[in-house]
Ligand binder design. Structure first.
Ligand SMILES: Nc1ncnc2c1ncn2[C@@H]1O[C@H](COP(=O)(O)OP(=O)(O)OP(=O)(O)O)[C@@H](O)[C@H]1O
Ligand SMILES: CC(C)(CO)[C@@H](O)C(=O)[O-]
Ligand code: BAL
Length: 305
């Protein structure tokens, strides 16, 4: 790695240029090492670090990317206030065995004249796609660029952003990008709240309400797992979220775990995914849980969950 071209953080190299990134990955490949990528927007927490650990179980070298991608934020969203703490992030990544950070600037990612957008039909529609127009096009475009820039053997994305994970699986398949996509389990606080960089926006009072999201999802999933019709259970769950203090329930829905098509009840495959997005003050929270057939005749399965 040519250190003269890098800004050396206290902890590990922070690569800015695609040429440095490619050289680093090519050097590792030449040594016969398998390379993993963990894309992030920074402000790292234990959820991100668990993705690095997951990558290290399947790869010899791991690079994390830190890029607050402007094209996936809508007008009025939190692009300008999104937490940025690169030096701290680099130190935490080094501690868990990450070997480099790729943190390009927006001008290099989207130079003058940039005109291409990656649109993933189907899985991008509905759920967050309805409430954040253009969001998944921004995610799909930047993830395509990150994968093609780094050319890793595998990349890890969190199940916390479940729809995003399915969008990325679809685009990698459809565009023949030769990378294995691995989903990382959601890391939670002790009270069940999914860790998220945006949790930092919650006030003390809101933080006490927030765990109700996972609680209601888990309890509803347990009922749906028996094969109960979804509509009344989902209506009840939405009402419980409102009663718990969430100002807006954007969605709470039972979906196929791969296509994200709506399900009227748990299908014969015995697996579904229950996903929700809520607003608490100025903070938008998302979460999801698997729904797996329970009760007499239930078969163990690992499909899509
Ligand atoms: N609690 C978590 N457990 C596991 N993975 C997570 C968790 N939170 C985020 N991730 C994953 O980390 C990667 C980077 O996500 P990102 O940097 O947007 O973090 P975030 O905490 O989800 O931030 P935000 O609050 O903006 O949604 C994504 O693949 C995301 O799914
Ligand atoms: C995948 C990602 C890094 C693309 O900007 C982002 O959406 C995120 O952090 O989940
Ligand atoms: N964690 C997904 C990135 C976003 O909300 O923009």
């Amino acid at each position: 790695m040519s250190v003269s071209e890098l800004r050396q953080s206290d902890a590990l190299p922070v690569l800015r240029d695609v040429a440095d990134l490619r050289r680093t990955v090519a050097d590792w490949r030449t040594q016969g090492l398998r390379v993993g990528l963990v894309p992030t927007m920074g402000a790292l927490h234990a959820g991100h670090l668990s993705l690095v650990r997951t990558a290290l179980e399947r790869a010899d070298r791991v690079i994390a990317t830190i890029f607050v991608n402007p094209t996936q934020f809508g007008p009025g969203e939190d692009f300008s206030t999104y937490p940025r703490q690169e030096a701290e992030d680099a130190a935490r990544l080094a501690e868990v065995g990450c070997r480099a950070v790729y943190a390009p600037d927006a001008e290099s990612m989207y130079p003058a004249g940039f005109a291409t957008r990656v649109t993933v039909e189907g899985v991008s529609k509905g759920l967050c796609g309805d409430h954040r127009p253009g969001h998944f096009e921004g995610v799909a475009t930047v993830v395509t660029k990150l994968l093609l820039r780094a050319l890793p053997d595998m990349a890890v994305f969190g199940e916390k952003d479940y729809q995003q994970l399915q969008v990325i699986r679809r685009l990698v398949t459809d565009l023949d990008i030769p990378v294995e996509i691995v989903g990382g389990a959601t890391v939670r606080a002790e009270d069940g709240l999914a860790l998220s960089s945006r949790n930092a926006y919650l006030t003390e009072a809101e933080r006490t309400i927030a765990p109700a999201l996972f609680r209601v999802l888990s309890e509803t999933a347990a009922t749906l797992a028996t094969g109960a019709p979804a509509a009344p259970q989902l209506a009840d769950a939405r009402a419980r979220l409102t009663a718990a203090g969430f100002a807006i329930v954007e969605y709470l829905d039972l979906r196929d775990p791969e296509t994200l098509a709506p399900l009227p009840a748990l299908p014969s495959t015995g697996v579904g995914r229950l996903l929700a997005a809520v607003r608490l003050g100025s903070t938008r929270l998302i979460d999801n849980v698997p729904v797996i057939r329970s009760g007499p005749g239930a078969q163990p399965t690992d499909r899509g969950v």
